[in-house]
Design a protein around this ligand. Sequence first.
Ligand code: NAD
Length: 448
Amino acid sequence: AEKSADGRITMQRINSATVSEAELLKALQRPSQKSPEAILKIVTPIIDDVRKNGDKALLSYTHRFEKATSLTSPVIKAPFPPELMKLDPETIKAIDTSYENIKKFHAAQKEDKPLQVETMPGVVCGRFSRPIERVGLYIPGGTAVLPSTALMLGVPAKVAGCKKLVLASPPRADGSITPEIVYVAHKVGAESIVLAGGAQAVAAMAYGTESVSKVDKILGPGNQFVTAAKMHVSNDTNAGVSIDMPAGPSEVLVIADKDANPAFVASDLLSQAEHGVDSQVILIAVDLNEQQLKAIDDEVHNQATALPRVDIVRGSIAHSVTVQVNTIQEAMRISNEYAPEHLILQINDAAKSVDQVMNAGSVFIGEWTPESVGDYSAGVNHSLPTYGFAKQYSGVNLASFMKHITCSNLTAEGLKNVGSAVMQLAKVEELEAHRRAVEIRIKHMNGQ
Ligand code: NAD
């Protein structure tokens, strides 16, 4: 759906009953991304440069990309000076409220006690968790101010008990950093803020520089350069760093039925569409007639034209689509196939339908739950799998900042009970030392 001739901001419409499955899937395709190879060619030399030349290289890229040529040190260390976090009281209150809710929800994800199971008499298997010691949290910069992302990464890291939190975010052209981000960094007890973005920031945290602390895991969204850099360093076994998940442009899928308020539906679609021209929004309309569909279309157009970011919305709406279906089951089938980052249910008895959700990053249930509450303040995390990765990835959660360690503890009786199975499998795999590690003990027990 290109921009229509009359300038109306409107989504392409298809009817699932009259198109083939292939046509349906084609309409739901995410906007294509630049080829990963092309992006890798750009980021690899940047990563190598920072790995070899440290701060000097890091600063030079910040001078080039952020135009922050006055910046002389790439890091601010805690304690952060109060003058860097001067905020109006309303903003402080909003951050504090969100902080508490996010903390409550993520603290509740802690396991009550370590797992312990006796699989056979005398054979005890256990599992316990430990925080990842050092984490790097990337907060995208560019044009937007994103203290919410700092909260969504920093709060669970603190709750998990990570010892060292390093934030990274591109500075503004005058070399300064948004005070909201500094305030959040202060609240979560971050060790430092790296004033850099893109591949150079990722490389600095992955390898460490003279002034940037090396981390064990890098989390956070970002553009294609950031994502490619994260994937590149996580593939380098010498870096010893992992990442949260591949990130793509934001997206939402709204399922709406006859009772949905057209203005609410449109507002949810637009709140995603304003993220970026590469964002995608999908509406699945369950058994709506022409008049009801038009009511939503009108709302989309009217609300969109009143938005400051109307130009971005035009771009994203151009590759967005309304799919007409007859039943909730069909809507859910399509949604599970699309695996949306955000799924909004504006349908009767929405909570009941959650049982049918198989693939989604985060679900927003019922007409009083706009996605924006989850983006900022409800308590759920907004760092979520995009691009269909909700089929295999979870969004950021407490476990993203932890490792699980297993343990086993056997008595002599336990070893007797399980020993013959171990020895037989060791024999099959022709690993004689494995077999003997059991045999030597059993012989000892038998006084041989
Ligand atoms: P960013 O911080 O992701 O990237 C900025 C960096 O990109 C720069 O520091 C620079 O190093 C690098 N860069 C830019 N052009 C380059 C080039 N030609 N060659 C090499 N490096 C280059 O900020 P952004 O660009 O504004 O992107 C923000 C991203 O974050 C968007 O993709 C958006 O979808 C995503 N986002 C996510 C969330 C979220 O989930 N919390 C919210 C908003 C935005």
